[in-house]
Design a protein around this ligand. Structure first.
Ligand SMILES: *Cc1c(COP(=O)(O)O)cnc(C)c1O
Ligand SMILES: [Zn+2]
Length: 462
């Protein structure tokens, strides 16, 4: 008997060009339209069949899978039908990604920001960033294709601001060594020591190049176009499929009620914000959520091409200057054409972008972490962006807010340390506040010395 709570292989996926609408076989490794060079998206040409299942039934199915002990359905593939329905359960790679917690900001933090809000902490993924969501779908797909087409010696390759390479190296390391090798391209000196340690530890070939992320991306695009490699950047739309789960989980964690909701997302290469928008569109089309939420994108003023586009109507790639939100330090976001199309066709005035200063980002991160969170600099950027949008009246405080912390505090501890030690190079333009600094206190190993330092009162002897 068919158990509707267990997904089965179904649907029909194809790459669809967002420029000329031509379709390509999902089993071909293509990343841009061979005809017009536009980006590709993955479409389920049988999506209409999913509409035959009533919304209430979908909610029941997804809710019932919350209690499953099956690893394959414990992560992003809880939403198998909406992600990669052509991949059978036994090809799914699950390393513990997804189903990340939603944490309520305390009163002190909420009043500083200007409204109550929630933080969905994607730092609690296996490689400590949201990139694991898309990597779970990309590597499950690759695993499926390797088996179905009996492929050998696949090079999985990506350019990265740090976290994509950590995730790619981790997920590829799970597949047989005889079948795959991970190769990551990093801008030298532009990833943190923690991020660099991750692909090294996972056994990837780590190539360091001079320049910034945009330079690495150009090289990897050329490699993907001219050589046999499997591209693991979010330009590969298989990554976007898994990253949509962030939106599905938010909806589920809010009991499928998205009314008055604002989702705050930092923007780098714009893959994540694309996926979040696409995820909410899926749910809306199936009637699972009543309305699309408002999306608030946030960028550093040192790397804010999308904020400038939203403000002026013109998109111009720019040369970035150093940002503590280093994972989002991108001057020409690859997925910008997708963002523009999604905004034009679906989100319209439900889409805002604010630009924040480096000082504001650091303060957002440090204050959040002094109030029970473990957000990274990009999470701090989200917090700062929400505060700015409220301060400037772009959004009313009466809305409901959920903020994306895209990775873990510890990956970006070097920036916290620079703040504490006034160690920022002048290009960052960070002004520090002594009230947000902290440092270890060296004292001798003596209770009385420590008690004196802390001003403790001695207990009366009885
Ligand atoms: C990649 C990344 C971003 C930016 O996401 P895009 O999909 O590139 O827009 C933000 N924060 C962290 C921690 C990241 O790793
Ligand atoms: Zn095309």
């Amino acid at each position: 008997m068919n158990d509707p709570h267990m997904p089965e292989v179904q649907g029909n996926l194809a790459y669809t060009c967002i420029g000329c609408s031509r379709r390509y076989d999902i089993y071909d490794f293509v990343y841009t339209c061979p005809e017009c060079r536009s980006l590709l998206k993955i479409e389920n040409t049988h999506f209409h069949k999913l509409k035959e299942t009533p919304a209430e039934k979908w909610k029941e199915i997804f809710d019932s899978r919350r209690s499953t002990n099956k690893p394959e359905l414990s992560g992003v593939f809880r939403f198998h039908e909406l992600i990669l329905p052509i991949v059978p359960l036994n090809d799914i790679i699950y390393l513990g990604e997804g189903q990340t917690p939603v944490v309520r900001a305390n009163e002190e933090m909420s009043s500083w920001v200007g409204a109550p809000f929630l933080v969905k902490n994607d730092g609690l993924n296996p490689s400590a960033s949201f990139k694991d969501r898309g990597m779970a779908s990309a590597i499950s797909f690759l695993n499926h294709v390797i088996r179905a087409r009996n492929l050998d010696h696949v090079l999985g390759i990506c350019a990265s601001t740090g976290d994509t390479s950590a995730a790619a190296a981790l997920y590829l390391s799970y597949l047989p060594k005889s079948k795959v090798q991970a190769v990551v391209l990093l801008p030298q000196g532009r990833v943190t020591p923690q991020q660099l340690s991750q692909p090294l530890g996972s056994g990837a070939i780590v190539i360091e190049m001079p320049g910034v992320f945009d330079d690495c991306m150009r090289v990897v695009e050329e490699l993907a176009q001219d050589y046999h490699v499997f591209l693991l950047n979010s330009k590969n739309p298989v990554r976007i499929l898994g990253q949509k789960s962030y939106a599905y989980e938010i909806a589920q964690q809010l009991d499928w009620d998205t009314s008055d909701l604002v989702v705050v997302v930092p923007i780098g290469n714009a893959g994540n914000i694309t996926a979040v928008m696409e995820g909410f569109i899926d749910l809306h089309e199936l009637g699972i959520i009543p309305v699309l939420p408002t999306i608030l994108g946030v960028q550093s003023h040192h790397a804010d091409p999308i904020a400038r586009w939203r403000a002026s109507g013109t998109y111009t790639p720019l040369r970035v200057t150093p940002s503590v939100a280093q994972a989002a330090m991108i001057g020409d976001p690859v997925s910008f054409p997708k963002v523009r199309k999604l905004v034009q066709e679906h989100f319209d005035d439900r889409f805002h972008v604010v630009s924040v200063t480096e000082t504001e980002i650091m303060e957002g991160m440090l204050r959040a972490n002094r109030n029970g969170h473990v957000v990274c600099t990009q999470g701090g950027e989200s917090v700062a962006g929400l505060k700015k949008a409220l301060d400037e009246g772009i959004l009313p405080a009466s809305k409901r807010f959920i903020v994306d912390s895209t990775s873990h505090q510890l990956k970006f501890a070097v920036f916290q340390q620079m703040y504490f030690e006034d160690g920022f190079a002048p290009e960052y333009g960070v002004c520090t506040k002594s009230s947000l600094k902290n440092k270890p206190v060296p004292l001798e190993a003596s209770a009385s010395t420590i008690a004196r330092y802390l001003g403790l009162q001695k207990k009366a002897r009885t």
